[in-house]
Design a protein around this ligand. Structure first.
Ligand SMILES: C[S@@+](CC[C@H](N)C(=O)[O-])C[C@H]1O[C@@H](n2cnc3c(N)ncnc32)[C@H](O)[C@@H]1O
Length: 293
């Protein structure tokens, strides 16, 4: 496909189309709001989710951005995903009648994302993916129009090693992905090629550039996990919180994504001398907002 010619800033809707009271931060009823007060969230993959690692190696379920969009936006408002991958956030935004833009370095992912939402675009809400690096997003959007940023950036260089399948069933361990490196690209701008510290600095620079695009008290949810690297625990969520605070965001909520329903049955690790928990059993959803000036 040809590289897109895009005139900047892009034209996209960002104002409420619902009848909610101006004081409300979302269209939820009190009952729906109460359900979201629990700080441990669980999601299920559905048929539309992309589970084929040849299409994209690391997608979140559509229900994850759906929940965030429902909590932090009204119908018609604008959502941004700076690392849109296979476009799960765009699908969620389309379901909920929100405008949405996603960005990704990799053209294949952008084309795939656009193909997932192209049929459902309406006059009241548009969803699209753009091929560019996250650092350039401020060129595409006017200041103060984004209600929510929701994203799962690469988890630093976590994928940048040979995959060892952890299933306790020997026959599942050596599937087509066994010992393959599943990183997104070799592009030096790809956050998935960076060690954790460089990653945090770069992520901070990207989000500093995104801050002016958010409305006052606009929200931002980042999905991240800690991980093991060469026998050491990497507290990536701490690095991300620090980078975001340095970039001017205020941390509001730390939510645990309980992934025990997703993890395959696994073999034994570390026994009997080295206690290690399974990184894959939970991830963080870090909620920030843009403070009032
Ligand atoms: C964890 S994936 C996102 C997956 C997405 N949430 C989904 O459900 O499909 C992270 C994405 O960030 C992209 N990426 C990495 N560095 C980037 C950068 N500097 N600018 C834009 N995209 C980048 C990768 O190509 C990858 O698709």
């Amino acid at each position: 496909m040809q590289l897109q010619e895009i005139s900047k800033p892009i034209t996209i809707g960002h104002t409420r189309t619902c009848e909610c009271s101006p004081k409300h931060i979302n269209c939820l009823t009190a009952k729906e709001w109460m359900k979201s007060q629990i700080a441990v969230w669980e999601f299920f993959y559905e048929k539309r989710d992309i589970r084929n690692k040849n299409i994209h190696p690391a997608v979140f379920p559509i229900s994850l951005p759906s929940k965030c969009i429902g909590l932090f936006t009204h119908q018609g408002e604008l959502v941004v995903d700076p690392f849109v991958g296979s476009g799960s956030m765009l699908v969620a935004a389309q379901d909920l009648g929100r405008n949405a833009v996603g960005f990704d370095l990799k053209e294949d992912y952008v084309d795939f994302s656009n193909s997932r939402v192209s049929e459902g675009i309406t006059d009241s809400a548009q969803q699209r993916a753009i091929c560019d690096e996250a650092m350039n997003i401020p060129e595409y959007l006017d200041d103060g129009i984004v209600s929510l940023i929701v994203t799962s950036p690469p988890y630093a260089n976590l994928l940048n090693r040979k995959r060892k399948n952890k299933s306790k069933h020997g026959n599942l361990r050596k599937d087509e992905h066994y010992l393959k490196v599943q990183q997104y690209s070799d592009d030096p701008r790809d956050l998935g090629t960076m060690d954790a510290k460089t990653y945090a600095v770069t992520l901070g620079e990207i989000f500093e550039g995104l801050l002016p695009l958010l409305k006052p008290r606009g929200n931002c949810v980042i999905n991240i996990t800690d991980y093991w690297w060469e026998g050491k625990r990497i507290p990536a969520h701490v690095y991300v919180i620090e980078a975001m605070q340095d970039a001017g965001y205020e941390l509001r909520n730390t939510i645990i994504w309980d992934r025990r329903n997703i993890v395959n049955k696994v073999g034994i690790f570390g026994w009997p001398s080295n206690y290690i928990t399974l990184t894959t059993t939970f991830e963080y959803l870090l909620h920030f907002w843009k403070p009032l000036e």
